[in-house]
Design a protein around this ligand. Structure first.
Ligand SMILES: Nc1ncnc2c1ncn2[C@@H]1O[C@H](COP(=O)(O)OP(=O)(O)OP(=O)(O)O)[C@@H](O)[C@H]1O
Ligand SMILES: [Mg+2]
Length: 371
């Protein structure tokens, strides 16, 4: 049974379309992230599901109950949707201690005092904020406040938890810890998490499904590694992965044989399981993940020159010039490369994606060889 379903949900602010005909199913107990650049409609989408924003059109179903329908005039208020929130600006109650902030929702639900105490203690431990229990929010750092906000949201054990960039105020180390913590919380709570972030790494590492948005449109809705391996278009290809995927433009010079010219001197054959129906003269874009470009001493598939080498110990990011095309490769291990050196490249590992240049959509996957 899916937990949440959005059907043709659109939100307009005046003439501006913030979310455009969004259809998505959020399965029970999944961890879904809404990912995309600033202004793409993530917060608006979350607020519509939560009931804080009224869609212009469409239908939203939570737990088999229609909570919004523009056609039938249904709009269930947020507090009747059995959901919890954690928003970008998580306002803690300033006049209440940390303990009280966490306990407040449970007191409202008339939990017995000893049970409230147990639950708050459990959350204080879980989020490592026990030592601040008696302090007021103003006496905490941003990161500590954020953890209190997470504890407060989890306290009542909501079946669906909405989080809008809940880790944005934390420093890098704490953010990494909290990511692991959130993943654990998700496993332990049996709740469905809907999480908003513009950080691709956060979305990749946390979620069971990523919904990638751009200008109010859903671009791809798939498990993170599928988005990585098989991006729906050049936008999603470019949005996930660091360093970014190399997107190299080319022209099909033989549609049947799938021969692609990247430069005057570089023509590659793209071998796919199914023929892609390419036509001669078609403008295409080849997606090359940096880790799939190997650098060899001897000339192999193509020649290149080292432009820069950035070793960080575990891996080295190498910028290359391939007949006028700039590429990035990632080489694992503590290696360094001499700038200006001529090397060979091979594109032997994994499958590569080919995109149409005009509509930017994925045409198919295949391997590359010398024509
Ligand atoms: N109340 C409003 N009135 C008019 N326009 C709005 C309103 N709320 C949001 N918008 C617009 O809708 C678009 C989507 O906004 P939204 O807050 O959903 O973006 P977002 O993806 O969460 O971005 P960010 O990563 O910056 O938080 C933006 O262009 C924003 O300016
Ligand atoms: Mg937002």
């Amino acid at each position: 049974m899916p937990k949440i379903e959005l059907r043709h949900v659109t939100k307009k602010f005046g003439k501006f379309i913030a979310v455009d005909d969004l259809n998505m199913v959020i399965e029970d107990r999944s961890f879904v992230t809404l990912l995309g650049p600033s202004g793409c409609g993530k917060t608006t989408t979350l607020r519509m599901i939560a009931g804080l924003e009224t869609p212009t059109e469409g239908e939203i179903v939570i737990n088999d109950r229609v909570v919004f329908s523009s056609l039938n005039g249904i709009d269930v208020p947020p507090d009747k949707r059995d959901v919890g929130f954690l928003f970008q600006n998580y306002a803690l109650w300033p006049h209440m201690t940390v303990y009280k902030n966490i306990a407040f929702g449970l007191e409202n639900l008339k939990w017995p005092k000893n049970q409230i105490n147990d639950r708050v203690q459990q959350l204080l431990d879980m989020l490592k904020i026990g030592e601040f229990a008696a302090r007021y929010p103003a006496e905490l750092s941003g990161g500590q406040q954020q953890r209190v906000a997470i504890a407060r949201t989890l306290a009542t054990g909501p079946k669906v938890l909405f989080m809008d960039e809940p880790l944005s105020n934390l420093d890098a180390k704490l953010r990494m810890e909290m990511r692991a913590e959130l993943k654990r919380l998700h496993r332990e709570t049996d709740s469905t998490f809907v999480y908003v972030t513009h950080d691709q790494l956060e979305a990749m590492t946390l979620s069971s499904m990523v919904c990638l948005m751009k200008n109010g449109y859903m671009q791809q809705y798939a498990p993170p590694l599928e988005v990585y391996r098989k991006p729906a278009n050049t936008f999603t290809a470019d949005f996930v992965g660091s360093p970014n995927i190399n997107l190299v433009e080319g022209t099909v010079i033989d549609g049947t044989e799938q021969m692609i010219r990247l430069t005057e001197g570089i023509v590659l054959q793209f071998t796919s399981e199914k023929t892609l129906g390419l036509h001669t003269g078609q403008a295409v874009v080849l997606g090359l993940r940096p880790e799939h470009i190997s650098i060899t001493e001897h000339a192999s598939l193509v020649d290149a020159t080292i432009l820069s080498s950035l070793p960080s110990g575990m891996e080295t990011i190498v910028a290359l010039d391939m007949d006028g095309i700039r590429l990035h490769s990632v080489v694992f291990g503590d290696l360094d490369f001499e700038v200006g050196k001529h090397v060979g490249l091979s594109f032997s590992q994994g499958l590569f994606n080919l995109f149409d240049k005009v509509d930017s959509n994925n045409l198919g996957q295949g391997t590359l060889s010398k024509a």
